[in-house]
Design a binder for this molecule. Structure first.
Ligand SMILES: Nc1ncnc2c1ncn2[C@@H]1O[C@H](COP(=O)(O)OP(=O)(O)OP(=O)(O)O)[C@@H](O)[C@H]1O
Ligand SMILES: O=C(O)[C@H](O)COP(=O)(O)O
Length: 403
């Protein structure tokens, strides 16, 4: 894999360099609530611009349906990138159309443009190789070289991640190099006890990693929306909580295998519930109930781990030598359901272990809840990407950067 340093030493002045970043930042009413992913790509963008490249930054944001949708515009991210760089950043209102072509053509040496959300074009995420390839052909017209630095999206076989690097001289950016370096430590000679805390809402994405971790981790703490599939698999009722019904047999097998392999599987003993999902906009008090994990009432949904579970999870993290944490323990965006996530973050800070926080939302949670990000060993920008790396899967966006 060639790195950006090689591109810089080859000379980039006047060259159009396409940087595939992951600027998929959380937004509330068009306002960025956490800019961590934008800051993470700054070293690459700055190095290229300072060396005189014409930098074309591209990313997806959210999951629009292959057509323009103002709710998912990258304009706020482009504006924030400009603020962080301290320079004007041009913004193209399309991906490969007239606006992108003229914006890129108008770039001076050392300047930066962002093109609109790649997922506004159906070719970006298409399962059809020809459709993706056709979009990648158009993107390739915008650049002379490709730098892959969107670590959070390397697990996606998408046009800008997988097909475009085959069409241009390709290099790995600084963020990808850092992320891969840290995650390698967790897959190669990990220091034990190795404790993994998993939460969040993308339940089906995360169940697969448990399959792998049952052979690697010493202890697994389950939180977030995933909890309820586990509780149901143990025969408890989970009311109206998030549930992946079709995965119950899979989870039952995980519970059995954990026992066989001597992996300690830790589930909450109590949960915070309510009859409705909290209002994340007004953050109006939700008055949660604390109930035992095996006694969730039928009309309630679980939204965070409870106070006894917070203590339990902190104690299970205290003696770790390595911790990987992905996914908030509850709906941390609402103050009434943020305590579980806070407790795990604090336990990581208090622990002498090497700690890695993975996941766009987990990383955002840590910062939004006011923790000092330098108190963690590493905060990864990858959610699904870091999980699939740990699963040992071939990641299309990394494979595409190999020679
Ligand atoms: N019990 C729950 N019920 C429903 N949603 C929950 C629950 N617990 C946590 N969540 C939600 O999970 C979301 C984060 O989950 P996600 O799986 O996306 O995390 P991540 O892996 O850190 O991020 P990403 O995959 O986007 O990088 C948060 O918005 C949070 O509100
Ligand atoms: O948030 C993420 O994990 C990445 O930006 C990838 O987004 P996706 O899950 O919508 O592909």
């Amino acid at each position: 894999m060639k790195t950006i340093d090689e591109l810089l030493s080859e000379g980039v002045a006047g060259k159009r360099v396409f940087v595939r970043a992951d600027l998929n930042v959380p937004l509330a009413d068009g306002v960025i609530t956490d800019d961590g992913r934008i800051r993470a790509v700054l070293p690459t963008v700055k190095a290229l611009a300072e060396a005189g490249a014409r930098v074309v930054v591209a990313s997806h944001l959210g999951r629009p349906k292959g057509a323009p949708d103002p709710a998912f515009s990258l304009a706020p991210a482009a504006a924030r990138l400009g603020e962080l760089l301290g320079t004007d950043v041009a913004f193209a209102t399309d991906t490969v159309g007239e606006s992108a072509t003229s914006t890129v053509a108008g770039l001076a040496d050392g300047s930066v443009a962002v093109i609109e959300n790649l997922r506004f074009n159906a070719g970006e995420t298409s399962k059809d190789d020809a459709e993706r390839g056709a979009f990648a052909d158009r993107l390739a017209e915008l650049a002379d070289a490709y730098v892959g630095d969107g670590f959070g999206a390397v697990h996606r076989k998408h046009a800008s991640v997988f097909d475009l690097p085959a069409r241009l001289p390709k290099y790995a950016g600084y963020l990808i190099a850092t992320e891969v370096g840290v995650l390698k430590k967790l897959t190669e000679d990990v220091k034990r006890p190795y404790v993994v805390a998993l939460g969040g809402s993308k339940v089906s994405d995360k169940l697969a990693v448990i399959d792998q971790l049952l052979g690697k981790a010493d202890r697994l703490l389950i939180g977030g929306g995933m909890v309820f599939t586990f509780l149901k698999a143990k025969g408890y009722e989970v009311g109206a909580s998030l549930l992946q019904e079709d995965q119950i047999p899979v989870v039952q097998e995980y519970i059995e295998r954990a026992k066989k392999n001597g992996v300690e599987l830790v589930l909450p003993v109590d949960v915070l519930t309510s009859t409705e999902f909290p209002d994340l906009k007004t953050k109006a008090p939700a008055n949660p109930n604390t109930v035992a994990a095996d006694a969730i009432p039928a009309d309630q949904l679980g939204l965070d781990i409870g106070p006894e579970s917070r203590k339990l999870y902190a104690s299970k993290l205290a003696d770790a030598a390595t911790v990987f944490w992905n996914g908030p323990m509850g709906v941390f965006e609402h103050p009434d359901y943020a305590e579980g996530t806070k407790a795990v973050a604090q336990a990581l800070i208090d622990s002498p272990a090497f700690t890695v926080v993975g996941g766009g939302d987990s990383a955002a949670a840590v910062r939004i809840l006011g923790f000092d990000e330098t108190a963690f060993g590493h905060i990864s920008t990858g959610g699904g990407a870091s999980l699939e790396y740990l699963e040992g899967k071939t990641l299309p966006g990394l494979a595409a950067l190999e020679d």
